[in-house]
Design a binder for this molecule. Structure first.
Ligand code: CU
Length: 163
């Protein structure tokens, strides 16, 4: 065996090792947590400001992770739209992201001016007092169904909490 073959073999072996490790860690969330496995999410304060038209709408809520396992919000679905996105706001601009962290024993806050769920194209235009159902999908936790209250356009959960 010459030096070059040895190096190639070593590279191949280390690649295999890396794959084995990453495969292992993605399994660990399901079975390795002695506290009972999957994280469980609770969602509070879900609302949608009344959409102006059927083009788009935002949704806000607080997602709480009471477990010792960090998770990620990976997607949102709803009967109201076939295209829901997760957006973050940076420098007053919003951009789509593919997942958002929900820290262990922590929460992910979706609020005006920050992270939010965005409906791109609505099948109808909900009015104040209506409910909109969404289903949140996570990397590890089971999906969670949430009923959003449709609120006035100026409604802001943070302001109302302040009083
Ligand atoms: Cu957005």
């Amino acid at each position: 065996m010459n030096a070059r073959t040895t190096r190639t073999l070593a590279a191949a072996l280390s690649l295999t090792a890396a794959l084995a490790i990453s495969g292992c860690s993605s399994d660990a969330g399901g079975s390795g947590d002695s506290a009972g496995g999957k994280p469980k999410m609770t969602v509070s304060g879900g609302y949608m400001p009344e959409p102006v038209n059927d083009k788009m709408a935002g949704a806000f809520m607080v997602i709480k992770n009471d477990s010792k396992t960090a998770d990620k919000l990976t997607g949102v679905t709803s009967p109201l739209s076939d295209d829901l996105q997760i957006h973050e706001s940076k420098d007053q601009k919003m951009q789509q992201v593919h997942s958002m962290d929900v820290p262990a024993n922590g929460e992910l806050e979706l609020a005006r001016g920050g992270n939010h769920v965005m409906f791109m194209g609505l099948k109808n235009t909900p009015k104040v007092g209506d409910k909109v159902t969404v289903e949140l999908h996570f990397e590890k936790a089971d999906p969670v169904k949430v009923e959003l209250d449709v609120k006035e356009r100026t409604y802001n959960a943070q302001n109302s909490n302040g009083h």
